[in-house]
Design a protein around this ligand. Structure first.
Ligand SMILES: C[S@@+](CC[C@H](N)C(=O)[O-])C[C@H]1O[C@@H](n2cnc3c(N)ncnc32)[C@H](O)[C@@H]1O
Length: 260
């Protein structure tokens, strides 16, 4: 997918928020499960599909747990699980979060990279970008911009302040069209652009993770990743709904920029 040529939208809220200690326990688990399921009545004017969605949301243990832990999205647990399994995030790391709104992944990254704790020189750095506006998060620099704009990579590099990244992660997804193959190709386009950016900014040994929807061409993306990383794999975290074709491609041990 090629980048857009139109002028970049203005970056907004490029501030690292004031320090605020937060717990580092974004773990999935059973504690969040309610004993009684919440029943949702079909209100007048509400479509059956909306009622079913609401029912699923209200009874989803990850949604409940996200609320309890002050996390903005149940998606936070997908990153938490991948990090617990593969030990990706370490204190002091430099992390770029593509498609970050409403901010669940950024919250987990900021907590685990300790971007608001300890001496400034040792703090992690988290840079988030989204086409949608995002409320500020302590220890996260937010860029409000379409990642597919030509100027987006430079804006992110500016925010990196000359640092190479340890992790580039993309949970980017365009709104669903309802057409499976179209959605698949669109998300692969975003993941390819994310990979291209990752190759430019990652430090040797760095890691890349991106959301894809299964549909055939994700294997080509994985082959592309294999050229640049020593280890690549598909991951389907438990927090990713079983009925969704969503999965994540994870690449670790970036080989570094090699001459072509
Ligand atoms: C599934 S949500 C991300 C959830 C996030 N990881 C969290 O934990 O809160 C996907 C996000 O990708 C963003 N997105 C889609 N296309 C984008 C683009 N071209 N540039 C920047 N963000 C994009 C959407 O606006 C949306 O906020």
């Amino acid at each position: 997918m090629s980048r857009k040529k139109k002028p970049a939208s203005k970056s907004g809220g490029n501030k690292v928020q004031a320090s605020k200690k937060q717990s580092n326990t974004a773990q999935t688990g059973q504690q969040g499960k309610r004993k009684l399921a919440v029943k949702v009545r079909t209100a007048k004017g509400r479509k059956l599909s909306s009622t079913l969605w609401l029912k699923r949301q209200l009874n989803d243990p990850y949604v409940i747990r996200a609320k309890e832990e002050g996390l903005r999205a149940r998606a936070a647990f997908k990153l938490t699980e991948m990090d617990d399994q593969f030990s990706l995030i370490k204190p002091g790391m430099v992390i770029v979060d593509l498609g970050a709104a409403p901010g669940g992944w950024s919250q987990v990254a900021a907590r685990r990279a300790k971007s608001t704790e300890g001496p400034e020189a040792k703090r992690g750095q988290v840079i988030a970008i989204d086409i949608s506006e995002m409320e500020p998060i302590a220890g996260v620099e937010i860029i409000h911009m379409d990642f597919m704009e030509d100027e987006a990579p430079d804006e992110l590099k500016k925010a990196l302040k000359g640092n190479a990244a340890d992790i580039v992660m993309s949970d980017m997804a365009a709104p669903s069209t309802g057409h499976k193959q179209t959605d698949h190709l669109r998300i692969i386009g975003l993941a390819e652009a994310a990979l291209e950016f990752a190759i430019e900014v990652l430090k040797p040994g760095g890691c890349f993770v991106a959301k894809v929807l299964q549909g055939g061409t994700e294997h080509e993306l994985l082959n592309q990743m294999k050229k640049h990383f020593k280890k690549t794999r598909h991951v389907k975290p438990d927090a990713s709904r079983a009925d969704s074709s969503e999965l994540y491609v994870l690449a670790t041990e970036f080989k570094g920029n090699q001459p072509d």
